[in-house]
Design a protein around this ligand. Structure first.
Ligand SMILES: NC(=O)c1ccc[n+]([C@@H]2O[C@H](COP(=O)([O-])OP(=O)(O)OC[C@H]3O[C@@H](n4cnc5c(N)ncnc54)[C@H](OP(=O)(O)O)[C@@H]3O)[C@@H](O)[C@H]2O)c1
Length: 402
């Protein structure tokens, strides 16, 4: 690995999220980091590099690598030149597989921003074993999907005893707007729910279960929640699946772990409107022509402007309970969650894999399993807070005497 030309290569550097990620690295990558920009269009890459040089003059010397998903040998070139590859080339169901294949073969660490469960499960079935042998760590969902929840639940269970059954509820509130790539990925995934379920079943059959421990995602019910101080709706995104995968590997999640994932709303009409709107979009997305029309709402490369991004924010609150002891924690950020905070989370994940002392892992792994405390530490320094709001008592309260 030490003889690789680059510590990090950013593939998709010309896209909306790719450019924000490049800017984050330009501002925050350590001076000794050897990193490069990759994409399919050299002229666009040069324009990105010029912009980065105005942020950090050293970026004028960044190398540019041209590679196209439709020419897999160019991706082999990228994977073999880097210790860690970041990719923001999505929708991942459409464009993602060749790079995962190249990284699994070359033993190169890989991070992406997918929120598409079918993609993650298909990559598990096709490349997990190969990556375990080559030593590649394939870490999907290193953005707003699913770092706040994966690391938030990891942070929460570490406040509780690990020899008791643990239940955690996660409540997410956020303000922001989507990019073209996100709209295309979400619509694509909504249009393939049956295929996604079939791949998820195949994965369940293939994946080893934890021995002597159980891990389960529990779909909650809509209700008013006092910890979230909000109306909450169950949210069947990729996040609870990722949380459960971390729990299946790490003993700190206790002998019997369950997790429920919710979207939280201060006002009931907003909760009802969001649920109805999501159900309507999911129904319309089943019709290919309608999906195309909806996709035109945001073109690829387009996304929220800097003012909108500056008004963005998120809080993910967790309520963990272990045998009567309970803890409330919160992960929060004060920038646009899907893009500025995502660029931060993705970049710090790559820097963490490249430079931090981490437990030995390989194959498809989650952020909590591959990076855990080291990544929390990095994100805290980068301005994302991980806070304990209410601690469990040091010892369980003794029973009142009669
Ligand atoms: N889960 C999260 O938290 C989160 C947050 C943000 C984004 N995302 C995901 O990230 C992905 C990117 O979103 P975005 O809005 O940044 O998309 P975007 O602006 O459309 O960028 C897509 C990138 O892919 C490149 N590309 C397209 N086809 C290619 C090919 N054949 N070969 C090589 N590169 C190719 C584009 O290159 P050109 O510039 O040359 O067209 C561009 O750089 C989406 O899947 C989105 O869902 C997820």
């Amino acid at each position: 690995m030490a003889d690789r030309r680059f510590d990090i290569v950013l593939f998709g550097a010309t896209g909306f999220t790719g450019q924000l990620t490049a800017e984050y690295l330009a501002r925050n990558a350590p001076g000794q980091a050897r990193w490069a920009l990759a994409g399919r269009n050299r002229a666009k890459l040069e324009a990105v590099r010029d912009r980065l040089a105005s942020i950090n003059p050293a970026c004028a010397r960044l190398e540019l690598l041209t590679a196209d998903v439709t020419a897999p040998h160019t991706l082999t070139g990228i994977a073999e030149s880097a210790r860690v590859v970041i990719t923001t080339v999505g929708p991942y169901l459409t464009y993602g597989e060749p790079l995962v294949a190249a990284c699994a073969a070359a033993g190169t660490d890989y991070v992406d921003l997918t929120g598409e469960p079918e993609f993650v499960d298909t990559m598990y079935l096709r490349y997990h074993e190969q990556a375990k042998k080559s030593g590649a760590r394939l870490v999907h969902a290193c953005g707003f999907d699913s770092i706040p929840y994966d690391l938030g639940v990891y942070f929460t269970v570490r406040q509780l005893p690990d020899d008791q059954p643990i239940h955690v509820d996660g409540f997410i509130r956020a303000g922001g707007a989507p990019s073209g790539g996100t709209v295309a990925s979400a619509l694509g995934a909504m249009g393939r729910l049956r295929q996604a379920q079939a791949v998820a079943r195949a994965r369940r059959r293939a994946e080893e279960k934890p021995r002597d421990r159980t891990v389960r995602v529990v779909a909650g019910k809509p209700h008013r929640n006092s910890v979230a101080q909000a109306w909450v709706l169950p949210m069947p995104t990729i996040d609870p699946q990722i949380v459960a995968r971390s729990a299946a590997v790490l003993e700190q999640y206790g002998p019997r772990f369950t997790y429920s994932h919710y979207a939280a709303f201060r006002r009931l009409p907003v909760a009802v409107g969001t649920a109805a709107g999501t159900a309507l979009v999911a129904a319309v997305a089943q019709i290919p022509q309608a999906r195309k029309l909806l996709g035109k709402l945001r073109e690829p490369g387009d996304g929220p402007d800097p003012d909108t991004r500056a008004r963005g924010w998120f809080t993910a609150r967790f309520h963990g309970v272990a045998n009567g002891r309970s803890v409330i924690t919160e992960v929060s950020g004060d920038r646009d969650p899907g893009y500025e905070e995502t660029a931060k989370m993705l970049s710090e994940s790559a820097l963490c894999l490249a430079f931090d002392d981490l437990p030995p892992t390989a194959g498809q792994v989650t952020t909590a399993v591959a990076m855990g405390d080291a990544l929390i530490e990095r994100l805290r320094k980068a301005g994302i807070s991980f806070t304990v709001l209410e601690k469990p008592p040091a010892h369980p309260p003794s029973r009142p005497r009669r």
